[in-house]
Design a protein around this ligand. Structure first.
Ligand SMILES: [Zn+2]
Length: 236
C-alpha cells in the first residue's frame, strides 16, 4: 500500500491511497488537486473516503465523481450534511481498500458523526487527532473528544496516523507554552520546526510519537483534557 500526501487549500492534506491496483482518496477538499496527483502517478481514483462533512474535506467529491465515477463512503450520521454519499458507514463497519480491510471507528467530537478509517498499521483520522493536537469541538463535547482520543490511543505505537491538516507547528508552539521544559514536547517542536523550515510535510505521524509528545493524548482525565482544549482555542 502506498499513501501520498496531496497538499490542498491553505493547510489540508488529501491522502491518496494506492493498493492492489485500486486508488482511494481520503477527504478530497479539492477535487482537481486529487485528480491531478492521481493522474501524475498513472492512478485512477475509484473510491472516495470521507471522515466528516466539513467542506474542506468534501467539496471535491463532485469533481472526482464526474471524472472517475468513484463511489463515496462516509459517515451515515452526516448523510444530509454533504452531497454524494453512496455508502453510509457506522461504527464497526468495514470497507475494503484494494485487498485491505479498513474498520470504521466512530470518533465524535470535532463533528458528531466523525469517523476514522483504521487499517492494519495505519489510521486515517481526519480532524480528530493531529500531530501535537486534536480537532476543535465544533459539535461535540470535551467528554466525547476525550473518549475518541482514548480509543485511538489503543492503537499500537507503530500505527501510522494520517491527519487532514498541517497544524503541527502551531500545535507544538502551544504545547511548549503549556508545558515549558517538557523534554518530549521540546524535542518534537524542534523536529517539526526543522521539517517546516525545509518545506517538508510533518505528517504522517505515529501513535507512539503522539503518545509521547501530544499533551491532548496524554491528558489523564476529561477535566484536564477540557482545560487544555479551551486553552488552545484562545492561544495566539
Ligand atoms: Zn473539520
Amino acid at each position: 500500500m502506498e499513501v501520498v500526501a496531496v497538499p490542498a487549500l491553505s493547510d489540508n492534506y488529501i491522502w491518496l491511497v494506492h493498493a492492489d491496483g485500486h486508488t482511494a482518496v481520503v477527504d478530497p477538499g479539492d477535487g482537481d488537486k486529487a485528480l491531478q496527483a492521481a493522474a501524475a502517478r498513472g492512478w485512477t481514483i475509484d473510491q472516495i473516503l470521507i471522515t466528516h462533512w466539513h467542506p474542506d474535506h468534501t467539496a471535491g467529491i463532485p469533481a472526482v465523481v464526474a471524472a472517475t465515477g468513484a463511489k463515496v463512503w462516509g459517515p451515515e450520521a452526516e448523510r444530509d450534511r454533504f452531497a454524494g454519499l453512496d455508502h453510509g458507514l457506522t461504527d464497526g463497519d468495514r470497507v475494503m481498500i484494494g485487498e485491505e480491510e479498513a474498520e470504521v471507528w466512530a470518533v465524535p467530537g470535532h463533528t458528531l458523526g466523525h469517523i476514522a478509517f483504521v487499517l492494519s498499521g495505519r489510521a486515517f483520522v481526519g480532524d480528530t487527532l493531529f500531530a501535537g493536537g486534536c480537532g476543535r469541538l465544533f459539535e461535540g463535547t470535551p467528554a466525547q473528544m476525550h473518549a475518541s482520543l482514548k480509543r485511538l490511543a489503543t492503537l499500537p505505537d507503530e500505527t501510522i496516523l494520517y491527519p487532514a491538516h498541517e497544524y503541527s507547528l502551531s500545535n507544538y508552539r502551544f504545547l511548549a507554552a503549556e508545558a515549558p521544559g517538557d523534554p518530549e514536547v521540546t524535542r518534537r517542536l524542534r523536529e517539526i520546526q526543522a521539517l517546516r523550515d525545509s518545506g517538508e510535510p510533518t505528517l504522517p505521524t505515529t501513535m507512539g510519537e503522539e503518545r509521547r509528545s501530544n499533551l491532548f493524548l496524554r491528558a489523564e482525565d476529561e477535566a484536564s483534557f477540557a482545560r487544555l482544549r479551551a486553552a488552545k482555542d484562545s492561544f495566539r
